[in-house]
Ligand binder design. Sequence first.
Ligand SMILES: Nc1ncnc2c1ncn2[C@@H]1O[C@H](COP(=O)(O)OP(=O)(O)O)[C@@H](O)[C@H]1O
Ligand SMILES: [Mg+2]
Length: 326
Amino acid sequence: MGLKKLNDLGENVTIVNNNILKLVQRTVREYINPKAEVLSIESNSMGLGFQAVELNRHSVIIQADYKTSRVSLVSKQATRLERQVLRALYAQRANVPYSYSDGAESEERSLVCLQDVDAQTDYGSLDIHSLQLSETKTLSHIHLTNFGQKKELSWLPEADSLHIEKMILERWKPQWQKAKENEQFIDVFGDYILSVEAAANTILEDIQQVIHDETSQTLIHNDLNPGNVLVHNNADVYFIDWEETRYGSIFLDIPLRFRTSEQLEEYKRQLAVSNIEFPINQFSQLYAIASRYLGLRYMSWNLGAWTSDSRAKDDLRKYLDMVTGA
Ligand SMILES: Nc1ncnc2c1ncn2[C@@H]1O[C@H](COP(=O)(O)OP(=O)(O)O)[C@@H](O)[C@H]1O
Ligand SMILES: [Mg+2]
């Protein structure tokens, strides 16, 4: 996108091009004030995301009714699926950023302008316990609103065997083989190796129970890693990055987010309000299988990163524990 230069503070600033200006203008008019004029935009690169798409944050000064104010927006080259699901969920009052895109019909990635969800959030002073509980509401709202709506959601791909096989065979397996040859890994995590391999040997078969469980299918996020869960105004949990969304079982979402029995009970209580209930045994069995699968899938990146990043190391232990049921 535009030219790069350094501003007075030495930050990397992008001189916005006309496309961004138009997109920001339209976003602001749709979501903030239909009469707003954009006075200026200062754009900073947020670097490349996991999918190697460039993300930018735009600090925008707008004027409406003779008053000026500042709003922060994010832009991203998003797939059609992500653009589509963001709009559908926003219309359902889910906690997702508002979004605007001109390329609605295009199959290709297209620039989307998003609400900057955590511009006002101070991550140093959060009430984690209350956020954990409110997150059960946020996710159950999305799951409930779309529960069993397979026909209406026929535009969503399904979380099927092929999808899961790919994650295990193409993502996890090569990383695991490499880690197993690393002495430092054997020193620190060697005790996990046998039980992780035992779980991995049967996971593609075990997960069939989750995939084919007709009682728990809905719209799922399917990539609830910590980077895709943001806090808005220090008070609400928002889910971003909907590129991996699928029609599939709730059990492919919840083990990554709900790890305490308090959260799980709260989530179940929310579902029960809409008469969605699971026999205790079925719930814990599907939860356990899905935990094993998700632990494998998500440790892949950490297996490479843990030696140089202490957070990656903590998360690696968390994912190993999910696989071994610790
Ligand atoms: N709407 C948003 N509000 C605030 N931060 C965002 C927003 N969208 C993306 N980000 C930031 O950019 C990062 C990468 O964006 P994401 O949509 O998750 O793409 P990727 O596919 O690269 O993971 C996020 O982890 C988050 O820190
Ligand atoms: Mg992401």
